[in-house]
Write a protein that binds this ligand. Structure first.
Ligand code: PLP
Length: 433
């Protein structure tokens, strides 16, 4: 079989919360003024009550509301594929599987949480949401999701992506999102960069500062984050819960689970339901591999400490691997992976040795992307191609050793809005960073 497809009725009805399974508790986010754990009241300025509850929940399973399931069923369950053509091309004894999150209307895993967040904001009486977007995937996911709940959506888009990817902007506008290049003159946070350089390339950190400032200063507006936070990782576990059932159907349990890491949400979404088995002691040898760009090597080169989630310092302090909140990564084509930090849950498990990490240069990542496009057919997102590169390397190691490992990776999105990056690579103009 090449594909494992679950019937619509088998969309998971509950999210898996990894928090109660952790070997030691997470360090709480701190109020930068007092250095004490942040109070829920302070968080409620920018997030609605039900999401704050999920953020700090220690319940292992959380029910998915009917209204959310209803919209997820527009594209879920997503297929699990066996990459047989890729296996044959590599001549590896390994078995390669991938979960295909590119089939959602916005083209990535991100609507899994966008729909849930839009729903909880709606039932909390919120009328507008602000957010940031790097490559444009999160902005399109939130624009897509908010329109189902009659919520207005304003997206601060990192300027370099705004310029490189006009089609993502058009997609957001098609779904009624309003898109503003960041840094912008709209906010205090943006103005300090904009006035120095109106062509400032921007960063996710600056765009986050702009979106948070607007949410904090408007009564009718809250803020929405597409990665990093516990509740976002929670919503993404539908990926791994489905994948687990599909792998069972295929008759295999993975030896290696791989995901690209920007903030950590698609990686956690696929891997945490398997990680739960490892944390319970049932699968001690499971390898869980996080892949990042060498231009933004958060896990492999960052420090594990408290830092701000944004550039300006408006967010609580979060304990995570970080390159420093003022780190501005070079404009690489995997815009979705240009974040200075990572999800605290991913960082904790990495710190405790439950997760491995590896970094790749964008030229080797695009080489893997082309191999995938020319064997499996789907043109992968540059972000997802980091996971592909790692899967190919694992499979090539199996070729040397003769091991028949089962490799599972997350195809977090497609690359049909990234063709200009492919064009550069094909012409040999891509920077080797
Ligand atoms: C946003 C994005 C990522 C990175 O974000 P995570 O939160 O780490 O998942 C990876 N792949 C795609 C396709 C994305 O859109």
């Amino acid at each position: 079989m090449r594909k494992y497809i679950l019937p619509e009725g088998e969309i998971p009805k509950r999210w898996l919360n990894i928090v109660p399974l952790l070997p030691e508790p997470l360090e709480p986010p701190l109020d930068p003024e007092t250095k004490e754990p942040i109070s829920p009241e302070k968080l409620s300025v920018i997030f609605p009550e039900p999401l704050i509850e999920q953020e700090v929940s220690d319940k292992e399973w959380i029910d998915i509301p009917e209204e959310v399931l209803n919209i997820l069923s527009l594209w879920r369950p997503t297929p699990l594929h066996r990459a047989k053509n890729l296996e044959e091309y590599l001549q590896t004894p390994a078995k390669i599987f991938y979960k295909n999150e590119s089939v959602s209307p916005p083209g990535s895993h991100k609507p899994n949480t966008a729909v849930a967040q839009a729903y909880y904001n709606k039932i909390s009486g919120v009328r507008r949401l602000t957010t940031e977007t790097g490559a444009g995937q999160w902005g399109s996911a939130l624009s897509f999701a908010t329109q189902f709940f009659d919520i207005e959506c304003r997206v601060y888009m990192v300027r370099v992506s705004y310029e490189q990817k006009p089609y993502r902007r058009i997609l957001m506008e098609t779904w009624k999102g309003e898109v503003i290049p960041s840094p912008s003159p709209n906010t205090n946070a943006g103005r300090q960069f904009y006035e120095k350089d109106p062509n400032h390339p921007g960063s996710l950190g600056i765009a986050i500062s702009e979106a948070i400032e607007e949410a904090a200063t408007r009564e009718d507006t809250k803020y929405s984050l597409g990665s990093v936070l516990n509740h976002v990782l929670l919503h993404q576990t539908v990926i791994g819960l489905e994948a687990k059932r599909q792998m069972e159907e295929a008759g295999f349990y993975p030896d290696v689970v791989i995901g690209a890491v920007g903030g950590g949400s698609n990686f956690a979404g696929l891997s945490f339901p398997f990680m739960a088995d490892k944390l319970r002691g049932d699968k001690p040898n499971l390898k869980v591999l996080a892949v990042e760009p060498s231009a933004c090597p958060t896990l492999t080169k960052g420090e594990y400490r408290y830092d701000f989630g944004d550039t300006v310092g408006l967010t609580p302090l979060i304990k995570m691997y970080t390159l420093g909140h003022d780190f501005v990564p070079p404009p690489i084509h995997a815009g979705g992976l240009r974040y200075h930090g990572d999800a605290p849950l991913v960082c904790k498990l990495y710190d405790l040795g439950y997760i491995d990490a590896v970094a790749y240069k964008q030229t080797e990542v695009f080489e893997a992307a082309l191999t995938f496009a020319r064997t499996e057919g789907i043109v992968p997102a540059p972000e997802s191609s980091h996971a592909i590169k790692a899967a190919i390397d694992e499979a090539l190691r199996c070729k040397e050793t003769g091991e028949e490992k089962v490799i599972l990776f997350n195809l977090s999105g497609h690359g049909y809005f990234d063709l200009s990056a492919y064009d550069k690579y094909l012409r040999g103009e891509l920077e080797d960073s």
